[in-house]
Design a protein around this ligand. Structure first.
Ligand code: HAM
Length: 417
């Protein structure tokens, strides 16, 4: 019986994995430079964390979570995102006691039971960053700037930053009432999901992609006209810092995001060439999240980007990924001297030379063929004569040139490169 991979999952195989290593190294480089520390949280959590954190009127909690009972009957969920877990870790480990604000980043798999399509999977990967413990609008902008810096180092320019404010529990209810009033006589034009949202979470109607809902909300009142003084000032400051750093953005009144924990700033990055799933990342401020999941009031702001979507966007933009280092050297040997060759391979590795060899192949021809297939530049060939005279035959696979060389000279050759 053939067992296929579960729907919505993908194997990341060599050489594709090189792209991942390259992007991850740039993310780590930028995060390091900006003084963010890596945090690794569990892949599964108690379901309640996400129900309370993300919000039980959201699609993620209602439809998309991988939830199951463990052997003791506790409800467990594979993490659909990581912000709630990072905030929980911050509270649980009293990281606010470590002095000042916490800056964290992560890279890892997330799980959502969505309909798979290009750029949408059930197991996907996010890289994300969170600044926890401050209301300062500079933190919002630092997150956006870090996001841009990652793109810049990748050579990626085909993206747009959309930004909005979704207010706070003080001012948002006024806007929601206003929006409902506006939509009251357009209720019949709304899709079934949005009819439910109308009562439970009207803001999300603005985000619906269906034609009828888009038309119904076309001239809807804008949330930024209903912000309280605190939210208004915060938004103005965020925009002014973005301007100060020359970061280009577009205010988008429809941007409300799919998670309930957002307050004030919400933003998204969309990229060209991705079709319907064009959001390569999104984030915002979540000043009420810590309290929601049982802690004290601790503000925070963050962003997460989709690794698969970013790779798709980079490929679409024609960005080349540097080739990962392959072996420096392939050791090819006659069976009679295999022990000597085997020992040489490890001496080379000890000196830092990436030496490899063909396992399970006897003929010189077959070994050379494997070296060629792997794209190795140098090969050393060892036979009885070489062992006797303590000399090696070095072959440059690119030029076809061959010469005799001592082991010492061989180390030197790779020292210089
Ligand atoms: P999100 O918008 O739900 O935000 O996800 C962030 C990004 O993850 C999306 O923009 C997309 O690139 C990627 N993504 C989401 N779902 C899928 C999927 N099924 N397949 C492939 N890629 C996907 C969050 O998760 C928030 N935690 C972000 C955040 C951090 N807000 C504050 N801090």
């Amino acid at each position: 019986m053939k067992i296929g991979a579960p729907k919505g999952t993908r194997y990341i195989l060599p050489p594709e994995i090189n792209k991942w290593h390259y992007i991850e190294s740039i993310i780590r480089e930028v995060m390091n430079l900006y003084s963010f520390y890596e945090i690794r949280t569990p892949i599964f959590e108690y379901t309640e964390l996400f129900q309370r954190g993300i919000g039980d009127t959201t699609d993620i909690v209602n439809k998309e979570m991988y939830t199951f009972l463990d052997k003791k009957g506790r409800s467990i969920t594979l993490r659909p995102e990581n912000t709630a877990s990072v905030v929980r870790a911050y509270i649980e480990h009293k990281m606010y006691g470590l002095g000042g604000v916490g800056k964290f980043y992560y890279i890892g798999p997330m799980f959502r039971y969505e309909r798979p399509q290009a750029g949408r999977q059930r197991q996907f990967h996010q890289y994300g960053m969170e600044i926890i413990g401050t209301k300062d609008p500079k933190a919002d902008v630092e997150i956006i700037k870090a996001t841009e810096e990652i793109y810049k180092r990748l050579g990626f320019t085909d993206y747009k930053i959309l930004i909005n404010s979704v207010g706070c529990p003080k001012c948002r209810p006024y806007y929601e009432e206003e929006l409902k009033l506006y939509l009251k006589d357009k209720y019949d034009q709304l899709c079934d999901d949005c009819k439910v949202r109308y009562h439970k979470n009207p803001l999300r109607i603005l985000d619906c992609k269906r034609e009828g809902c888009r038309r119904a909300t076309e001239s809807a009142p804008k949330i930024i006209d209903y912000l309280c003084e605190e939210c208004k000032i915060h938004f103005e400051k965020v925009l002014s810092y973005l301007d100060a750093l020359n970061i280009k953005y577009e205010i988008n009144h429809r941007l409300v995001r799919g998670l309930d924990y957002y307050t004030k700033t919400a933003f998204e990055v969309i990229a060209g060439g991705l079709g319907a799933q064009d959001a390569v990342g999104g984030g915002g401020r979540y000043d009420g999240l810590a309290q929601e999941i049982g802690g004290k009031e601790i503000p925070g702001v963050g962003f997460a980007g989709g690794m698969e979507r970013l790779i798709l966007a980079l490929s679409h933009a024609g960005i080349e990924f540097p080739r990962e280092d392959i072996q420096d050297l392939f050791v090819v040997f006659r069976e009679e001297v295999e022990k000597e060759a085997f020992a040489l391979i490890f001496r080379l590795r000890e000196k830092g030379v990436k030496a490899d060899y063909a396992l399970g192949k006897k003929s010189i021809k077959a070994q050379l063929k494997e070296a060629d297939k792997k794209g190795v530049k140098y090969v050393v060939i060892i036979g009885e004569e070489e062992v006797e005279k303590k000399i090696l035959t070095l072959k440059n696979m690119e030029t076809g040139e061959g010469k005799k060389i001592t082991e010492k000279e061989l180390y030197k050759l790779f020292e210089k490169e």
